[in-house]
Structure formats: structure tokens, C-alpha cells
Design a protein around this ligand. Structure first.
Ligand SMILES: NC(=O)c1ccc[n+]([C@@H]2O[C@H](COP(=O)([O-])OP(=O)(O)OC[C@H]3O[C@@H](n4cnc5c(N)ncnc54)[C@H](OP(=O)(O)O)[C@@H]3O)[C@@H](O)[C@H]2O)c1
Length: 332
């Protein structure tokens, strides 16, 4: 991995804005950048209360003053099904504004390299599995998070449109990555509003300390899902950001430029539950309540493009879950 694929910029000249640096993904990107030799003073960060990225004037002032050389866009309004269903206006408005303001202000202030983080929910509800980048805009989206997904699709199209209009003249090279389900340090363990892995970690932990004989999992346990440890996501993000342009271009198209980031294989919810139970040290029974809905039978990313670009994940599910469980324990 080479931070200096732009031959005019040396490592020390980099000034990197990580938007959303306190979030699960943004904090992992910061950890990885520091581990790869970026100095703390080369990183620019702002909390939401210091800089609300939905505020166009504030974002323009920030870029004009700080003049970052590159941007990782890990700031977004993120949530589960319940939050997406309850606050659809906020999910589409906030995300559209955050992206449009950041990408446009980056361009106006000479930022040549930007990485936008999307999500696997950009793909149609009935996309063929595994989901390839070419499935984008080929069918109807999952209705529960459609406003969020439409904003994310707009984010990809913003990057592509700035590349197409300004790429040649100004050297603009804005890229997009679409992560699968992520887990790891910094996750949200809220009892009602968390994703499947943090929810299972909490339930198995509470069952262990409460000496409960059984944990009942919603659904049959048969659907397959894919999970990626968040530090692997961060390393994939830095890898894609720093790929030489000819390599990135060889795997993408001007109007289909996003790259999937997945683990490459999936597990059943039943296997996931057993692995979480093992990691947590729960010794009781696990049962499955098949009267509850299962959702889509399978959701797996096709990560062939990224693998062709020389990246592979390092952290397997059980190792990642062990670290995630330690992180959960540190929040108690
Ligand atoms: N987690 C996953 O499983 C997953 C899966 C696929 C894709 N992604 C994508 O990865 C990205 C990061 O997700 P995450 O899980 O790290 O989310 P997260 O933990 O909720 O972090 C989001 C960050 O965005 C910042 N933010 C939100 N609205 C903002 C605003 N108006 N102005 C400034 N900052 C704002 C928050 O700042 P404060 O901390 O200051 O409030 C927070 O640091 C998102 O684009 C998401 O779609 C995540």
C-alpha cells in the first residue's frame, strides 16, 4: 500500500480529513492511518457539534481554513430498521446534505482524493446473489431503508459526476466503497436499536451473567449473512483510496465506479449465534423461534473486484467477535 500514488504529494504533505472520526468506521480508519505512519497532526477531525456537515456555509468555511489534501467520508446518519422507518425524512435529508456539502466543498478547495462510504443496501431487494457492483439501479430497493439507500446512491453518483466533469481539468479522483455488515470496537450495543452482532453479544452476555438456561433467537436461524470486522473495512478503505488510478480505473467504469467490500463468504444466523455464544462463554441452550420472520434468505457481496485489486480481509469471525466482546465489556 502506497500513500504516495499521487507523485506530487509526499507522505508528510498529506492532511487527511476523516469525517465521522468518532463513529465505528471513522475511528477504525483513524487507528489504521496512524498505524500506517500518518502523524496525528496530519489528521483533521471534527465532531458533529464542532462541525455539522449538513450546514453548507460551515462546511465551506471549514474546508477553506483547513485545506485538507484528502477526505474519508465516514460521517452519515446511520441506524437500524426501526430508526429508518421512524425518521425517513432525516435519513434522506441528512445524508444527502452531508455528502453534497462535503464533496462540493472538497472540490472547491482543491481536494483531489476523496473516499465515500456507502452501504450494501444500495442494491435492489431481489438482486442476484452474490451482489455484484453491476446490480446497482437494476430493481426496486428494500422499502424500509429506501430513503437512506437513495441518499447513498446519490453519494456514489456525486463522486462519479465530479470525476466526469472535473477529473481531467482539476485531477479530481473521488472513489466509493460499499461495505457489507460491519462489527467491532465502537459498535452500538443499544438493547433495542442495534445490528445483529452487537444485539447477540448483549443477549448472550446477559444470559451468561443471569445463568439463563436458554437464549431464543428470532427466526429459523437459516438465513445467510456476511460480516466484516471494522478494522478490515478501514484497511480496505485506505487500500482503495491509495490505489494507482490506472488500477482503479481498470476495475471500474466512469458511471459504475463503486467497489464492494465484503468478507467474501457468509454464515447462517444459527452458526453466528453459536459462535457468539462460544466467545461470550454462554453454556446454555440456543433455540430458534421460526414463527418470527426471517427476512431475505441470503445477502452476500461479490467482492471479486476488490480481491482483484489486491486486498483480502485478515480477521476471521471468531477472532473479530472476541475483540468485539472485549469492547462490549468495556462499555458496561
Ligand atoms: N456499521 C455498519 O455495519 C455499516 C455497514 C455498511 C456501511 N456503513 C457505512 O459506514 C459509514 C460509517 O458508519 P458507522 O457505523 O461508523 O456509523 P456511526 O458509528 O453512527 O458513526 C457516524 C459518524 O457520523 C458522524 N455524523 C453523523 N451526522 C453528522 C453530521 N450531520 N455532521 C457531522 N458528523 C456527523 C457522527 O458524529 P458524532 O460522533 O460527532 O455524532 C459519527 O461519528 C456510514 O456511511 C455507513 O453507511 C456502516
Amino acid at each position: 500500500m502506497d500513500f504516495m500514488n499521487d507523485k506530487n504529494t509526499s507522505l508528510k504533505q498529506l492532511k487527511i480529513f476523516v469525517a465521522g472520526h468518532r463513529g465505528m468506521v471513522g475511528s477504525a480508519i483513524v487507528r489504521q492511518l496512524l498505524a500506517k505512519g500518518i502523524a496525528p497532526e496530519q489528521l483533521v477531525t471534527r465532531t458533529r457539534s464542532e462541525l455539522d456537515l449538513t450546514d453548507q456555509a460551515a462546511v465551506r468555511t471549514f474546508f477553506a481554513q483547513e485545506k485538507p489534501t484528502e477526505v474519508y467520508m465516514a460521517a452519515a446518519k446511520v441506524g437500524g430498521i426501526h430508526a429508518n422507518n421512524t425518521y425517513p425524512a432525516e435519513f434522506i435529508y441528512d445524508n444527502l446534505m452531508v455528502q453534497a456539502n462535503t464533496i462540493d466543498a472538497a472540490f472547491r478547495n482543491g481536494v483531489k482524493k476523496l473516499l465515500f462510504l456507502g452501504s450494501s443496501c444500495i442494491y435492489p431487494k431481489l438482486a442476484p446473489q452474490p451482489m455484484a457492483e453491476s446490480a446497482l439501479l437494476t430493481g426496486f430497493l428494500e422499502p424500509t431503508n429506501e430513503p437512506y439507500a437513495v441518499a447513498k446512491i446519490a453519494g456514489i453518483k456525486l463522486c462519479e459526476s465530479y470525476n466526469r466533469q472535473y477529473g481531467k481539468e482539476y485531477g479530481v479522483d473521488y472513489r466509493s466503497v460499499m461495505p457489507t455488515n460491519l462489527y467491532g470496537p465502537g459498535d452500538n450495543y443499544h438493547p433495542e436499536n442495534s445490528h445483529v452482532i452487537p444485539a447477540l453479544i448483549r443477549r448472550f452476555h446477559e444470559a451468561k451473567v443471569g445463568n439463563l438456561p436458554n437464549v431464543a433467537i428470532w427466526g429459523s436461524g437459516k438465513p445467510y449473512r456476511e460480516f466484516l470486522y471494522v478494522d478490515d473495512m478501514a484497511s480496505a478503505s485506505i487500500h482503495v483510496m491509495n490505489l494507482p488510478k490506472d488500477q482503479y480505473d481498470a476495475q471500474t467504469l466512469p458511471m459504475q465506479s463503486h467497489i464492494n467490500v465484503g468478507y467474501g463468504s457468509d454464515v447462517t444466523i444459527a452458526d453466528l449465534a453459536r459462535t457468539v455464544g462460544k466467545v461470550v462463554g454462554f453454556t446454555g441452550q440456543i433455540s430458534f423461534d421460526a414463527t418470527k420472520p426471517d427476512g431475505t434468505p441470503r445477502k452476500l457481496m461479490d467482492s471479486g473486484r476488490l480481491h482483484a485489486l489486491g486486498w483480502a480481509p485478515k480477521v476471521d469471525l471468531e477472532s473479530g467477535l472476541l475483540i468485539a466482546y472485549q469492547d462490549f465489556m468495556s462499555t458496561l
